[in-house]
Design a protein around this ligand. Structure first.
Ligand SMILES: [Ca+2]
Ligand SMILES: [Ca+2]
Ligand SMILES: [Ca+2]
Length: 227
């Protein structure tokens, strides 16, 4: 069987980012969000994502990003439940810039209309089960998710999550429609972007503050000792 996207129609039903910060209720981002960017072509191949900046005065702690995608092959001719997913591996996508982070968790599941727990995991639990509930011998409606966890994001710094839809890949998840002989592969990467002033390097979030406090303490001790 020759797999390709040629002649098949890929519909993107849901593209969602759920951003958890310090165990609060997650923020929700979609293609309607101002943070969204897209370089998808007319066949829905290419890349897209969200650029989110911490515009608060305080660091964000214990951050998790959960990306959810519900896509369909040839919705108009063979519907959504004849498809399956295949997990390839966790790895940094081709073309990811230096320092970008590969996903740390994944899930393939029915989107939750019938039996899947993926949407509860993404939107409520903030975890993924690293399991494929829609393999080739149990075709159904395929949806998928990836997870990134990072430590802190300082005020003014940004997270840029990029999701790739590719016709070939060695990492990530493949989404197949055997009747259409169609496949696309999904992977993504996260960049933590420091907006610190040029010349200060890329400090660990919070380190500038710690360094400043340490320096102040040393100066205070010296001044005190000098008296
Ligand atoms: Ca289909
Ligand atoms: Ca599941
Ligand atoms: Ca689907």
């Amino acid at each position: 069987m020759r797999w390709s996207a040629a002649g098949a129609t890929l519909t993107l039903t849901s593209q969602e980012l759920h951003l958890y910060i310090d165990q609060g209720a997650p923020g929700f981002y979609s293609p309607s969000s101002v943070e969204y960017f897209t370089n998808l072509d007319g066949d829905n191949f290419g890349d897209y994502g969200w650029l989110i900046t911490n515009n608060t005065a305080n660091p964000w702690a214990n951050i998790s990003l959960l990306f959810f995608l519900d896509a369909e092959w040839d919705l108009g001719t063979n519907l959504v439940s004849n498809e399956y997913g295949e997990f390839l591996s966790i790895g940094l996508a081709n073309g990811a810039p230096p320092g970008a982070l590969a996903p740390q968790g994944w899930e393939i599941d029915e989107p939750g209309y019938v039996f899947g727990d993926i949407y509860t995991n993404v939107s409520f639990n903030g975890i993924l089960d690293n399991q494929n509930a829609v393999p080739s011998n149990m075709p159904d409606d395929v949806s998928l998710a990836f997870l990134w966890a990072t430590t802190n994001l300082g005020p003014g710094d940004s997270l840029r999550l990029t999701i790739l839809h590719q016709s070939a890949a060695v990492d990530g998840i493949g989404h197949f429609d055997p009747d259409s002989q169609a496949v696309f592969y999904v992977n993504g990467y996260l960049e933590v972007i420091s907006n610190a002033a040029p010349g200060t390097g890329v400090p660990e979030p919070g380190m500038g503050w710690a360094l400043g406090a340490g320096l102040a303490a040393i100066l205070w001790v010296r001044r005190k000792g000098g008296k």
